[in-house]
Design a protein around this ligand. Structure first.
Ligand SMILES: Nc1ncnc2c1ncn2[C@@H]1O[C@H](COP(=O)(O)OP(=O)(O)OP(=O)(O)O)[C@@H](O)[C@H]1O
Ligand SMILES: [Mg+2]
Length: 450
């Protein structure tokens, strides 16, 4: 292992010499005041530093040392700071630990002891850094499944990141095929329950008379055919996440039973009278307009409030500038490989037709269309005919201005993606000046403006 950097903040020349000798297996930088300590921390990463609390101008007190501590942690929150204080100043040492120092050490210095503390701090720093790296890698991997270049969907992803580590019940709303299930999976994947089960149940797909036993389970003899006890999906999800998909379709009688479970976090199996506690995180999704269902009496308002601590609205595909072209390309690559076809791009007309579709079935419909086109296509290019999207009414009805706006938004989205938002390169590729590019981006509500 190469020598690790260590920052020593100490104003006493005698102790400076002692520490340099003590840490001969470290690359030691010694400074004697707050400013130099900050300058050092800003110019280089130090996993560990020792900090004398009694720094000038308050060499007999701790005020300067405590200020230095706060300033250092502000810039380098992961640096392990070991505070060195006078033997009669444990109180300030404790204060420093409360303010974020990793440990403290009281003079006089026993070099063996101090070395042990510093070595241990370095080890912990390394472990924590590894852990942070792992967490951030998992984070990108999970969110990578949600392919997008649009600010609206980016906002959804940021929300997923914020909501995931908490246990709040989350309601995901959005048209059919927008990716609600993908969002639910991302929340679970980024949560502390990610190593446990994500149990999904589609409330619309199961007949009403079976849904109750499916959710809550049953005891032996609860009904004809209940030959042995069977735990339900909710119980099965214990420790993990329960995804109630199409919650808008759940019949009224079951809504009250579900409400009780959500309020009290206990369930009773059918034919049983024992309360079984369940520890699950609940995510619900629906494409239905719950407000309308509440108004017409087919959805309980109290249940609505219980499931919507946080609501995530997934935007329809047609409102995600740039995403149609991006997703089309991703699906083209995916199915081209799967079906071993040679088509690897869309013709210009195909892209125009694709981006002008309303895509009421959203991403799922787009994916289906591309899959079909790949199967149908026999050349290198996917044509509008392959897509089965010739003579689109809406397309021909677009005004020139609308068509231009759409094309602009599409192109900007693509350029932003290709050049990772680098304005100079984007402007060059699109052959416009930087100010023009900025105003275009602003017009289309794209980030990176400012
Ligand atoms: N941003 C995206 N990137 C990649 N694939 C996506 C994206 N959004 C959706 N998909 C894909 O589209 C399909 C539909 O997504 P999903 O099932 O999550 O939608 P949904 O909103 O739950 O739809 P429904 O309301 O019909 O249940 C899935 O195959 C999913 O993988
Ligand atoms: Mg779904």
């Amino acid at each position: 292992m190469s020598e690790q950097p260590l920052l020593v903040v100490e104003d006493d020349p005698g102790i400076q010499r002692q520490l340099r000798w003590c840490f001969d297996n470290y690359r030691v930088t010694i400074v004697d005041n707050r400013e130099s300590a900050l300058a050092a921390i800003e110019s280089q990463h130090f996993p560990v530093m020792t900090l004398d609390l009694g720094l000038p101008p308050d060499a007999d007190g701790a005020s300067e040392g405590l200020k230095a501590l706060a300033a250092v942690l502000d810039v380098a929150p992961h640096t392990k700071v070991i505070v060195v204080s006078g033997n009669d100043d444990r109180e300030n040492a404790m204060r420093a630990v409360a303010a974020g120092a990793y440990d403290f050490y009281c003079k006089p210095i026993d070099t063996d002891e101090l070395r042990l503390i510093v070595d241990r701090a370095l080890q912990l720093h390394r472990l924590e850094a590894d852990y942070r790296k792992l967490v951030s890698e998992t984070r990108t991997r999970v969110l990578e499944n949600i392919i997008t270049a649009s600010p609206a969907m980016e906002a959804v992803c940021r929300m997923v990141e914020r909501v995931a580590p908490t246990d709040v019940t989350t309601l995901i709303l959005g048209e059919s095929g927008t990716g609600k299930e993908l969002v639910a999976k991302a929340i679970h994947g980024l949560s502390e329950r990610s190593d446990r089960e994500l149990v999904a149940i589609n409330c619309a797909a199961i007949p009403e008379n079976l849904l109750e036993s499916e959710l809550f389970g049953y005891e032996k003899g609860a009904f004809t055919g209940a030959l042995k006890r069977k735990p339900g999906r909710i119980e099965f999800a214990s420790g993990g996440t329960l995804f109630l998909d199409e919650i808008g379709d759940i019949p009224l009688p079951l809504q009250s039973k579900l409400l009780r479970f959500l309020q009290e976090r206990v369930i009773q199996r059918l034919g049983g009278n024992e309360d079984i506690p369940v520890d699950v995180r609940v995510i619900c999704a629906t494409h239905q307009d719950l407000q309308r269902k509440i108004a017409d009496g087919s959805f309980r308002e109290d249940l609505y409030y219980r499931i919507s601590d946080i609501t995530i609205q997934v935007p329809p595909l047609r409102e995600r500038g740039g995403d149609i072209a991006l997703l089309a390309k991703v699906f083209l690559d995916r199915y081209r490989k799967q079906f071993k076809r040679s088509c690897d791009r869309f013709s210009q007309e195909a892209i125009e037709v694709l981006t002008c579709q309303p895509w009421h079935g959203n991403v799922r419909e787009l994916e289906g269309a591309i899959k079909r086109a790949v199967v149908m296509s026999d050349g290198a290019q996917v044509s509008p005919e392959d897509l089965g999207l010739l003579a689109n009414d809406e397309h021909s009805l677009l005004s020139l201005r609308e068509a231009r706006d759409k094309a602009e938004a599409e192109l900007l989205g693509k350029a932003e993606l290709i050049f990772s938002g680098n304005i100079t390169k984007m402007a060059e590729a699109l052959d416009v000046s930087r100010p023009t590019l900025y105003s275009l981006m602003e017009k289309h509500g794209m980030k990176g403006v400012g």
